[in-house]
Design a binder for this molecule. Sequence first.
Ligand SMILES: Nc1nc2c(ncn2[C@@H]2O[C@H](COP(=O)(O)OP(=O)(O)OP(=O)(O)O)[C@@H](O)[C@H]2O)c(=O)[nH]1
Length: 371
Amino acid sequence: MISALERFWLLGTQGKPARLVRQIALSNQIGILGALATLPYQVFYLLYDIELYWPVFVCNLVFMAVYLAVPLINRRGDHSRARNLVLINGCTQIFVVTFFIGGGAGIHLFYFAIGSIQALIFRRHHSWLLVAVLAGVIALFMICEFVFTEGVTPLPPAMVPFIFTISVIGTMALSGSFSHLFRTEIDRAEERLIRNNRDLEKLSTTDQLTGLANRRSLDQFLASADLPGGIASAQPLSVLMCDVDCFKPYNDYYGHQAGDDCLRRIAQTLTDVVRRPTDLVVRYGGEEFVVVLPHTAEADASVIAERVREAVDQLQIPHAASTVADHVTLSIGLSALGREESRRAAQVFSRADQALYEAKTQGRNRVVVGT
Ligand SMILES: Nc1nc2c(ncn2[C@@H]2O[C@H](COP(=O)(O)OP(=O)(O)OP(=O)(O)O)[C@@H](O)[C@H]2O)c(=O)[nH]1
C-alpha cells in the first residue's frame, strides 16, 4: 500500500534535479493526502444526511478529483501548475466546506497544515512570496473563523465537537506527515551526498588501473605528518621506489593491454608482500611504484625490498624483449631514515630515486640502498 502510494507521489520526478524532485513529490503528497483526508467527511455526509449535505459532498468530489489529478499533471511535466493547483484547491476546499458547514467543524484548521509547508513547496522561496501566500491563508482563515460561523447547511450541534476533533486530528496528522515525508527526503539526499563524496574521495586517491593508492594519496599521507613537508619523526622510516625493467619494450612487444595486465599483477604482488596496515603501496607513475614503510629501519626494509623483487621475479611473466631476463623484473631503490635524521619528504624520495637510478645502471633486477 505504502509503496503504491510512494510510486504515485513520485510521478513526474524521474530524471529531475533533487530540488525539483522535492517540490514535485511534495505537491503530489499534498494531492494524495488531501484526497484521503476528505474521505471521512464524505462518509459522514453520505451516511448522515446526504439530502441535506449533497452540495458540500459534490463540491468535495470535485476537490478530490483535482487533488488526484496533481500527480498526473506532474507526470506531464507541468510542475509549477501542479503546485499552484494543489495549493489553490486546498485553500478553496477549506473555504467552500466551511461556508457550507460552518466554522465550528474546525475545517479551517487545515489552513495551518497548508501554511506550514509553504517554505517547502516553493523551489526558490522568495520571502515576499511566502509572506504574501501566508497573508492570504491567514485572511481566508479569518473569514472562515469570523464570517462563516454558522454555515448554510450547518452540522447538527451534537456532531460539532466530534467533527471538530476529526479536524484537529486531521490537521496534526497532515502537518506531521508532511514534515515526516520532507524529513525523509532530506535524509535520503544527505545520504546520497555522503555516499557520493565518499566515492569521489576514493576515486581521487585511487589509481584506476591497479586499485592502489595514487600519488595524490601519497601526498596526503606525507602531509599528514607532523613536520612541515616531512614525515612523523622519532621513528625510522623507509621508502622503496620500484620500477619495472624494460617496460617500454614490453609494451611494444606484447601491446598496451598486456602491459596493463602486467602492471595489475605487479601491483597485486606488491600488496601481497607488503602487508602491514601502516605501510602504503602507491602507483607513483606509469610503471613506477612506491612503498612507504613507516617504523621500518634500513635492515628490515632491505629484506622487504628483496622479497618484493623476488616475488615479481617469481611471477615469471614472459618478457621476450627484455635485456635483463626472459621474464619481467623489478629494480628497487631504497631510502631509509633513522630516528634522529631530519625528515623532509622530498629528501627521502630523491634519495630513493637516486638509488633506483643506481639499480638501473648496475644492470636492473636488483635492490640498491641509497646513502
Ligand atoms: N601498458 C601501460 N604502459 C604504461 C603505463 N604507464 C606508462 N607506461 C609505459 O611504460 C613505459 C616506461 O618506459 P621507460 O620509462 O622508457 O622505462 P623502461 O622501458 O621500463 O626502461 P627502464 O626503466 O630503464 O628499464 C613507457 O613506454 C610508458 O608508455 C600504463 O598505464 N600502461
